[in-house]
Design a protein around this ligand. Structure first.
Ligand SMILES: [Zn+2]
Length: 279
């Protein structure tokens, strides 16, 4: 099989797996004409089916389809022998019906058992194209062909994809605050910082911010600048510490005064109580 065709088939089978729940081993229902065609074309049908579907397969045949082969007598013995190697699919048709009708009934309205149908019957294939998610295989000039997806299959797949796209949009509508929060983060992705040459001084200041690290490296290129900077910073820090300290002291005085007032008030209240008691 050519590489391009293999890629097309691989994509097609992944479509059936993703959107229609197909999984390996793929169950391939083979009809009687397919068995006959495989014999006359000298094809190793199970091997060819596995190559085309690009995975493990389980070839199957319905009771009605193998019955069709039995009816054709010994001339089709090789096809019967081939069909006998396939797993028999019980279709529960008490009296055998034509293979096409049997396969239609087995696939049903939705192909819920996920069969791949390998048939040489053109009328059957055109009927099965109206059901979404039915991979169709036939033999054309000794080549096993997997049909491109039917319109029904593509329609259902596109509907599913549209719904999948709609769901996240509605979720976004529910959470409008989340979307703008993400946008500015992306904008910040530009230059990560200012010109590194202009940052150099700030870097030295940052090192002074961590005094133990600076002491561990006393052999810096220009330690004088660092020490001066650190001294200035420490002095500033001390000033700041003094200011809040004085503020605390003033507030402390206020608290003391308030306490004194409270005591006076309490005394006054007691005096009033005493007066009331006297009455
Ligand atoms: Zn049947």
């Amino acid at each position: 099989m050519r590489q391009k065709r293999a890629k097309t088939y691989r994509k097609l089978m992944s479509l059936y797996c993703l959107h229609f729940g197909f999984r390996q081993p793929y169950q391939v229902l083979v009809d009687s004409e397919m068995c006959k065609e495989a014999i006359s074309s000298h094809l190793d049908l199970p091997k060819q089916l596995a190559t085309v579907l690009q995975g493990n397969i389980k070839p199957m045949i319905t009771q009605c389809c193998i019955h069709e082969l039995y009816l054709q007598g010994r001339t089709q013995q090789p096809a019967v022998d081939l069909a006998k190697t396939f797993e028999r699919r019980k279709c529960n048709h008490r009296e055998a019906i034509p293979g096409d009708e049997c396969l239609i009934s087995v696939v049903g309205d939705t192909n819920k058992h996920r069969y791949v149908i390998a048939t040489q019957s053109q009328p059957l294939r055109s009927k099965l194209r109206k059901i979404a998610g039915v991979p169709l295989i036939h033999i054309n000039r000794s080549v096993v062909v997997l049909e491109p997806p039917s319109d029904a299959t593509l329609e259902k797949k596109e509907n599913e994809e549209e719904q999948a796209l709609l769901v996240p949009e509605t979720e976004k509508a529910k959470l409008p605050a989340a979307a703008p929060a993400e946008a500015p983060k992306k904008k910040r992705k530009g230059p990560k910082g200012p010109n590194p040459l202009s940052v150099k001084k700030k870097k030295t200041a940052g090192e002074t911010g961590a005094p133990p690290a600076k002491r561990s490296h006393p052999s810096n290129s220009d330690p004088t600048k660092d020490t001066v900077g650190s001294k200035r910073k420490q002095e500033e820090a001390d000033d700041h510490r003094d200011e809040p300290g004085t503020a605390d002291g003033s507030s402390g005085h206020k608290r003391k005064r308030r306490r004194k007032h409270k005591q006076k008030d309490g005394n006054g209240g007691n005096e009033g109580d005493e007066e009331e008691n006297n009455d």
